[in-house]
Design a protein around this ligand. Structure first.
Ligand SMILES: [Zn+2]
Ligand SMILES: [Zn+2]
Length: 361
């Protein structure tokens, strides 16, 4: 390369570098379809800052969430546990107040929340959609619950399997449930799945929740189908605080934990149907066809055969196309392959039954 060309290249590179800096940060897009006439919001409703035992300033939580493609967050610092109070005085409303401007700039819906923190049992509960956190700072748990209820908060039990020695559903949980103070339950928290909580959610019609409970800074790394922040998909009429609350009260959620989705059958089925697109097959010889399946979502969909036709197992990779070969009835106009989506959990030990329809006309 001649000197002059090198000089031009250098100038171009410098310009590109400055252009990149000027363009600022980029936001990742999380791909899950809107379903059943609802918009799918990606939400993390449990996280900590320096205002309790977290390690970051509230605005940093907004930046992190934006970068990772979230639509909604709630900062839920512990009310009763304030390990930094010598440096940062107890002020339960400040995390929200500090973060709100940044959240507006970033088009993130910020929900005022707090973590009501008691030994297990009963454990930890998040109250969100609060106006003022201070009245929840009480001696008695039920007084905190009443104060939250008075503000029409949505309260959920955070990590029901957190301390194995105290795990279980106790009388106090029945009291919280019967008073409708507790309307949701963490079927997952951080990287942990709680099968008992999943079962209780199904039996008692509690809204399924699953959040990061992040305390440390979120590292700037590429997220992948396996490795991402645990979050809730909430199916809303619109992106607004009242619509989000309605959806949570009505249980319109699914939890994305590692490479699995946890939720009610109807929502997981709708996500599957909108994510997966089956091509018109190529007929090679006799009854053999080649079929392409596109997966438009961010989760690797793992399916296992339960019928007679089709490959035994398949992974439909996230945001990619998978091809397979199968035998079909030559005379038929349509083939229906019966599968179970193993990583779409509709009960603790149950995947989502689906059928793959192949148009043979
Ligand atoms: Zn907790
Ligand atoms: Zn927490």
């Amino acid at each position: 390369m001649r000197i002059k060309q090198r000089g031009v290249l250098f100038v171009v590179l410098v310009h590109l570098l400055f252009a990149a800096l000027a363009a600022g940060q980029t936001k990742r897009e999380i791909n899950f379809p809107d379903i059943l006439g609802y918009k799918t919001l990606k939400c993390d409703l449990h996280m900590h800052t320096v205002f309790s035992d977290g390690m970051v300033w509230p605005t940093v939580r907004v930046d992190e969430a934006w970068r990772e493609g979230l639509d909604v967050i709630s900062i839920t610092d512990h009310i009763e546990y304030q390990p930094h109070k010598q440096d940062i005085p107890t002020n339960h409303n400040r995390p929200y107040d500090i973060a709100l401007g940044r959240a507006r700039e970033r088009n993130i819906l910020l929900i005022r929340g707090a973590e009501i923190t008691r030994e297990t049992p009963p454990g930890h509960f998040n109250a969100i959609f609060l106006q003022d956190v201070n009245p929840l700072d009480t001696e008695e748990l039920t007084d905190a619950m009443k104060a939250a209820d008075k503000q029409d908060a949505f309260i959920f039990w955070n990590h029901p399997g957190w301390k194995p020695e105290h795990k279980g559903w106790f009388d106090i949980h029945t009291t919280l449930y019967e008073n409708k103070w507790m309307r949701g339950i963490g079927v997952a928290n951080g990287d942990t799945y709680y099968p008992e909580a999943h079962q209780w959610a199904l039996e008692k019609n509690l809204t399924m929740m699953g959040n990061s409970d992040i305390h440390q800074p979120a590292l700037e790394r590429e997220t992948s189908p396996e490795n991402h922040r645990t979050m809730i998909l909430v199916f809303v009429r619109e992106k607004s605080v009242p619509a989000l609350k309605d959806a949570l009260v009505e249980g319109r959620t699914a939890v994305w934990l590692g490479n699995q989705l946890i939720g009610k059958r109807k929502y997981l089925r709708a996500i599957f149907k909108k994510s997966v697109e089956i091509s018109k097959p190529y007929r090679s010889y006799k009854g053999t066809v080649w079929v392409e399946i596109k997966n438009h979502s961010d989760i690797d969909i793992e399916i296992g055969r339960v019928g007679k036709q089709g490959p035994g197992t398949l992974t439909l990779a996230a945001n990619a196309t998978t091809i397979f070969k199968t035998k079909v009835d030559e005379a038929a106009e349509e083939a229906e392959l019966s599968y179970v989506v193993r990583n779409f959990r509709i009960a603790p030990d149950k995947g989502l039954p689906v059928s793959l329809k192949i148009d043979l006309k």
